[in-house]
Design a protein around this ligand. Structure first.
Ligand code: GLA
Length: 677
């Protein structure tokens, strides 16, 4: 059995206990290497020549940390290269800490979190590009000589255009269950750059860190700059094992909030009624979700505003008081009604932003990011602006939005925290002139500080990470959140694709999936209600449609789905995920399953994605079961007559597989699997 450190050494060129560190530094390394670290000293010199002053090892319950303490031979600069190796699974984190005692600030011009080398071979790299409503599209190519740069420069969000994650398949194109695989994600919510430089000798040098573009960091004497962590999982049997390592790591090491708390089933008001909030409509929606067996109601955008009403997306962000034109009696009657119906109450906010049409902007024009002397560039609604999160007063303001809401309404159980505009006005009225280039980073440091305060005071509230959908799908922010809104594209067919790659790195209890309307407003597609429910049942289940417009059949099917989801919730939210048939594989189906640790219970899903191109679909071979046990497969989410249960051995299910009964476009099936008594 190889030790974790020796796997790193063998496949990734990261130091083992005895070898040297692997982190190219400008001024020390071969000039042909791309540097991971480039520093300009106060006197203008741009070189570093680091030597190992000490190696520290520290062992905790879950991991061992190894830190190379490096010092410059000429300047009082110290760099700590930190590597964390987990004991129970093939997972590492790496990061860098830099400090100095020069008389004046130094400039960090490149400061990657980590670097590793993958040896020559048939190596393929996958990254996840996309856009709003099309997050996480996998793009794979064989690594050839030259440099690939994956980056995101949105400023406030970092997962729409390209996510801060890559996967290397070392033995040919990426597969779920075969091949040496390295999956890496940068735990950061701001701009980043992931570089892969394949040198002439065929070695692949991977670098990951905060993007230095317009973001050179001015480091004051005695200040320590700590980079975000780069998290890396390794498997000798494909992507699926890497995902399961990531899921376990996220749950066991505080990378998500409330890792084992069952997530409530909810109805969100947004796609049902948008800004048209009234007390009557909210009460009706609360009643509907209660009648269908749900557990929480979320009042989305549109509930606030004073001088400016929030009737569309162009006004009132920052004016976080209840709009009494829409809710004359305030929030309390809604919360009370929800409680009377056994439903918890949640609310939408977008705290880091304002609009030019807002009282906040009128009172504090210096609280927004802006460039002195230039016209403001405006975001969503042609009025949206980003608050200056570097400013402690703004941080207090943002903290107080949550604090006021929860102290006034202690029964608020859930917050949807949104972020709908990029950082386009590159200037902070708060930061001093000589630290303006710290803005991209200082923004996210300010945000994290604020979220830490919120979490310290309100550990129990459930908070959803939403950023125009999945714009903040990163482990920089997830420690403060319970779940994410995976995409604004809630068409259930599209969701099969978006969810597929989201699950590469994030466990299913963090991936919110909602039953949407049909035809779906964005795609115009009509999908059967059972298909829409079955898709919602493999994430954190919810509904997002106008419950008043649902037909009787739709309501009955949703109630059935909610009832059945409660049975399988521990499996979905805590079980081991096995992706079986990829929607990207053009096999006309998508299939996945979750299995418990004891291999006694599982849930299997199958979806027909198209019928026209091929009527016959391949058998699906299950995974993760015990070959020697006999299992019983019973259909879930069926209104009316169910098919007869299937009883087969784990061996047959996994080796021969089963035919999924998907005989028409958008047919779907969910099987609960248990041990046959
Ligand atoms: C963003 C979110 C949506 C919704 C709207 C409200 O687009 O992603 O889910 O909350 O904002 O304006």
């Amino acid at each position: 059995m190889k030790t974790k450190w020796s796997i790193l050494l063998l496949f990734m060129g990261i130091p083992c206990m005895t070898s040297a560190w692997n982190y190219p530094v400008f001024g020390t390394s071969n000039v042909l290497d791309l540097p991971a670290l480039l520093v300009q000293h106060a006197n203008g010199d741009q070189t570093l020549a680091l030597y190992t002053a000490a190696v520290e090892t520290d062992t905790a319950a879950q991991y061992t940390d190894k830190v190379y303490v490096l010092r410059d031979s000429l300047y009082p600069v110290e760099v700590r290269l930190c590597y964390r190796s987990y004991t129970a699974y093939a997972m590492w984190e790496m990061w860098m800490e830099i400090s100095h005692q020069e008389k004046k600030p130094i400039l960090l011009k490149r400061f990657d979190s980590g670097h590793f080398t993958i040896p020559q071979g048939n190596v393929w790299m996958t990254h996840f590009h996309g856009d709003w409503a099309a997050e996480g599209t996998p793009t794979e190519s064989k690594l050839e000589r030259g440099t690939i740069s994956i980056q995101n420069t949105d400023g406030t969000r970092n997962a729409h255009v390209d996510a801060p994650s890559v996967v290397f398949a070392l033995d040919g194109p990426l597969e779920e269950y075969h091949g040496r695989t390295v999956a890496a994600t940068l735990c950061w919510s701001g701009n980043y750059e992931l570089r892969c430089n394949t040198t002439n000798d065929g070695q692949h040098h991977f670098y990951a860190g905060i993007s230095p573009q317009a973001s050179e960091y001015v480091l004051s004497p005695k200040e320590t700059f700590i980079t975000p962590h780069l998290a890396v999982a390794y498997s000798e049997s494909g992507m699926n094992e890497c995902s399961r390592i990531f899921h376990r790591w996220a749950r066991e090491t505080g990378r998500i909030n409330h890792p084992s708390m069952p997530r409530p089933i909810l109805l969100n008001s947004w796609e049902g009624i948008y800004f048209d909030i009234t007390e009557e409509r909210m009460i009706a929606m609360i009643d509907d979700i209660a009648d269908m067996g749900g557990e929480l109601f979320v009042m989305d955008d549109g509930w606030f505003g004073g001088k400016y009403a929030r009737n569309t997306d162009n006004a009132a962000l920052g004016d976080w008081k209840v709009d009494t034109r829409k809710l004359p009696n305030g929030l309390q009657p809604l919360i009370d009604h929800a409680h009377a119906r056994g439903i918890r109450f949640g609310i939408w906010i977008e705290p880091e932003f304002t609009n030019t049409l807002s009282e906040l902007f009128e009172q504090h024009p210096d609280w927004v990011l802006r460039v002195h002397g230039r016209k403001l560039r405006l975001g969503r609604g042609d009025t949206q602006l980003v608050l200056d999160m570097t400013n402690p007063k703004v941080q207090d303001f943002v903290f107080n939005i949550v604090d006021n809401l929860i102290t006034t309404y202690p029964d608020i159980a859930y917050i949807k925290w949104d972020a709908n505009t990029s950082l386009e006005n590159y200037g902070s009225p708060y930061l001093p002139k000589d630290k303006q280039s710290n803005l991209y980073i200082a923004y996210h440091q300010g945000l994290q500080k604020t979220l830490q305060r919120i979490r310290a005071k309100y550990p129990d509230v459930i908070i959803q990470n939403c950023a125009s959908g999945g714009g903040r799908a990163n482990y920089g922010l997830m420690p403060y959140f319970d779940e994410m809104w995976v995409s604004d594209n809630n068409d259930a067919l599209q969701r099969l694709f978006i969810w597929w790659t989201a699950s590469y790195f994030f466990p299913a209890n963090t991936l919110a999936q909602h039953v949407g309307g049909s035809p779906y407003h964005m795609t115009g597609r009509n999908l059967p209600i059972k298909f829409r429910c079955d898709v919602a049942m493999f994430g954190r289940m919810g509904l997002e449609l106008n419950s008043r417009h649902m037909s009787q059949d739709e309501q009955v099917q949703c109630a059935q789905a909610i009832q059945d989801y409660k049975q399988i919730r521990p499996l979905v939210q805590q079980g081991n995920l096995y992706r079986l048939v990829s929607p990207y594989a053009d096999k006309h189906t998508m299939s996945l399953m979750f299995v418990n640790d004891q291999q006694t219970e599982a849930v299997l899903y199958g979806f027909r994605t198209d019928f026209l191109k091929q009527q016959y679909i391949e058998k699906v071979r299950l995974k993760g079961l015990d070959a020697d046990k006999t299992y019983r497969l019973e259909e879930l989410d069926v209104v009316g007559k169910k098919r007869a249960p299937i009883v087969l051995s784990g061996k047959t299910l996994m080796e021969e597989g089963i035919d999924l009964p998907l005989y028409s476009d958008f047919a779907s099936v969910v099987y609960k699997i248990s041990i046959e008594k």
